[in-house]
Design a protein around this ligand. Sequence first.
Ligand code: NAD
Length: 260
Amino acid sequence: MQLAGKVALVTGAASGIGKRIAEEYARNGAAVVIADLNIEGASAAAKEIGEGGGKAIGVAMDVTDEAAVDGGVAEAVGKFGRVDILVSNAGIQIVKPVEEFSLAEWRKMLAIHLDGAFLTTRACLRDMYARGEGGAIIYMGSVHSHLASKLKAPYCTAKHGLLGLARVVAKEGGPKGVRANVICPGFVRTPLVEKQIPEQAKTFGISEDEVVRTIMLKDTVDTEFTTVDDVAHLALFLAAFESNALTGQSITVSHGWHMQ
Ligand code: NAD
């Protein structure tokens, strides 16, 4: 019960990594706001948590939409009174060579990953600062916050950008007790990654098994995928950490693919 009495808002929590973080937070006593574009998925995830004895609500939120973010955070505060923890996690992936990206695709990627992180941070910081009790902000970066891979120009650009945002929020928020950190996972078998396997097989002219072995897991220490549990445990650790001693950092959870 490391998060008893806390309220956490997790974006993109109808699926994958965010869903598992929401479950882990609820299991540790937090009231959780599952904010997602997919409101049916968000409501279903909240219902599951409720059936397991936890406290959660689903909130419709497009993280690229200023009014939707401000409205969703207001709804969260209206329901649970506060937001202590933000996990800015919503994300998508589009893979193709730089010269084939349309400007619209590029902008969509940066809007979800960077505008979304900014807008949710701003809305939650306003609540945290007004209450004066601090908080924790966690960004879902990636190994691609530190490394590059072919076909992932906007993704790598956005994930690198989150490091800068987290460091500024750590500096500005520090005196007010708000910590900001970035989680950098390796490949996790969520819908986001399942979609990439056939796409990369086609682009590189190799089998799906080769994509997994020779691209995705090539540099891990044990040819293993990172799991949603691995990421959720780190997200719990960061949310529960009690002082500014751990802020402005990025922590990689990737089976040794990237060692900082
Ligand atoms: P996922 O596809 O399982 O879940 C992503 C969720 O984000 C979905 O529920 C989707 O509806 C939601 N979403 C998409 N656009 C949104 C928007 N505009 N507003 C609100 N919600 C939106 O993906 P995942 O693998 O769980 O990814 C979650 C995060 O983890 C992403 O930021 C991703 O970049 C990051 N990440 C994933 C991996 C991986 O290997 N899966 C590795 C490193 C980082």
